[in-house]
Write a protein that binds this ligand. Structure first.
Ligand code: GLN
Length: 468
């Protein structure tokens, strides 16, 4: 019923994610060095973890799957790594990713593609499917049972999408809850560390360890905001109102994904929760706003990699300092990264008109629209528009529009269809732009995404536990 009442209101994108491009890779190998202090007591003893290779560790290089950082060894551990080690968890490896977090496939990497273990196990014909990205190695590592849990980073869906493709849980907490100190930046106003595991109780435990203020991260939520969130959070978890954003009903959703979405909603109704449709119109502009903002932030961030202060240097360059920097960056950044630097620099130049400003306006409006549909107030932003669509506690959607394609098929990018690679982010970028907590839960071979109000991570986790 829920579905039928909505199906007529499709909005849409007509492209599919098939036939896209890029290169691939997996370097999640156990580490044999031991210079992180791991205690024998703590809430995470007898667990092991893998971190995405854009999170610094002194144990191994931190390459971000880029040739640019292929020899980079960090002198310090990221705060998240130190916190986990202090609770007794053992770091066993670094995980492959899309270069510097840019991509949805874990094929944009200097080390070769990540292979999806879920599909590899199930297929007899040795077809290798993409693991999703950019935290594909982190998702594959837990799906292949190489570690109890892993850390990824999620700027626009990079924890949730690979979790969905690999059949595991992927949680992106509220922006600012978990320290980004020691995380190689992609787009700082969105970058969020997330947790992946097959076990929701482990996801929650790890989140509780990491959920703390860090004075080294200027975007870390301060203590008083954290306290404020605790006093306003959703109180009655047994009867929630679940919102179904109609902007997520897009033509590209596969039949299987739609069926799973409907069955989870029906199950929630059976459990006593109420389901209602809501409208968040700016979701339709989220993908364009997202790619405008992230490329601008990335172009600016990535200017530090010149092969002098940081990064790979080409030998024997003749010419000026400028020629040397151009040669280093041209050689050591992959095609997707170079594409985004060009786009970002264009956006930030005066030639581009007001693209950047418009994207920030879409983002602001999106946050306000989310505030209108959630019962809880936002801890940082006041409401001032009324969409009169009704209130809810949680939003529920699929995480991805379909199944992961075979790697070979994905890499057949042509001039006409390379944009298809970006479409799969449509369901995940809205929560990122607004900084909302969002989790992907595995149902069959697909992921269902639960989103909560800014700061309301507890409701997202509580509902997830009741569903699994
Ligand atoms: N696929 C999105 C992008 O390429 C999201 C990546 C991410 O969350 N790091 O930007």
């Amino acid at each position: 019923d829920i579905w039928n009442s909505l199906i007529s209101k499709r909005s849409g994108l007509s492209k599919t994610i098939e036939d896209t491009n890029h290169r691939i890779g997996s370097n999640a190998e156990p580490s044999n060095k031991e210079n992180v202090t791991t205690t024998s007591n703590g809430s995470l003893v007898n667990t092991s973890f893998v971190v995405k290779d854009n999170i610094t560790t002194t144990q191994e290089e931190t390459t971000s799957a880029s040739q640019m950082l292929s020899n980079y060894k960090s002198p310090f551990n990221a705060t998240v790594v130190s916190l986990l080690s202090a609770e007794g968890s053992k770091l066993v490896g670094k995980a492959n990713l899309d270069e510097l977090g840019m991509g949805s496939s874990s094929t944009n990497t200097f080390y070769g593609p990540v292979i999806n273990p879920l599909y590899y196990k199930e297929n007899d014909d040795n077809t290798k499917h993409i693991a999703g990205g950019s935290s594909g190695g982190s998702a594959a590592a837990v799906a292949a049972k190489l570690a109890t849990f892993s850390l990824g980073t999620d700027t626009g869906g990079s924890v949730r999408l690979p979790a969905s493709y690999c059949g595991v849980i992927g949680f992106k907490p509220t922006y600012g809850r978990i320290s980004r100190w020691g995380v190689v930046p992609y787009a700082q106003t969105l970058d969020t560390v997330g947790v992946l595991s097959e076990d929701i109780n482990i996801v929650e435990k790890v989140y509780r360890v990491l959920n703390q203020y860090d004075s080294k991260d200027p975007t870390s939520l301060p203590e008083n905001t954290r306290q404020e969130i605790i006093t306003t959070k959703t109180s009655d978890l047994s009867f929630l109102t679940i919102g179904l954003p109609e902007e997520f009903i897009i033509e590209d959703l596969s039949e299987e994904v739609k069926e799973i979405w409907v069955s989870v909603l029906a199950n929630l109704q059976k459990m006593g929760h109420k389901v209602k449709t809501v409208s968040i119109p700016s979701i339709r502009h989220s993908l364009s706003a997202y790619y405008t903002l992230v490329t601008a932030e990335a172009a600016s961030n990535l200017s530090r990699y010149d092969g002098v202060r940081y990064g790979y240097s080409v030998d024997d360059i003749q010419g000026s300092a400028h020629d040397m920097i151009v040669a280093n960056r041209t050689k050591a950044f992959g095609a997707e990264v170079q594409r985004r630097i060009l786009l970002g620099n264009y956006t930030l130049s005066s030639d581009s008109g007001d693209h950047y400003k418009k994207a920030t306006q879409v983002r602001e409006r999106l946050v306000k629209e989310f505030n209108q549909v959630f019962n809880l107030p936002h801890a940082l932003v006041a409401d001032d528009i009324d969409l009169s669509t009704g209130k809810c506690d949680i939003l529920l959607s699929p995480t991805s529009i379909g199944s992961p394609p075979p790697i070979e098929e994905y890499l057949q990018q042509t001039e006409e269809n390379f944009l298809n690679a970006y479409i799969n982010d449509i369901l995940t970028v809205p929560a990122s732009l607004a900084g909302l907590p969002a989790i992907s839960l595995p149902f069959g071979n697909h992921g269902i995404q639960i989103m909560g109000q800014f700061g309301d991570d507890d409701t997202v986790l509580a509902l997830s536990k009741s569903l699994l």
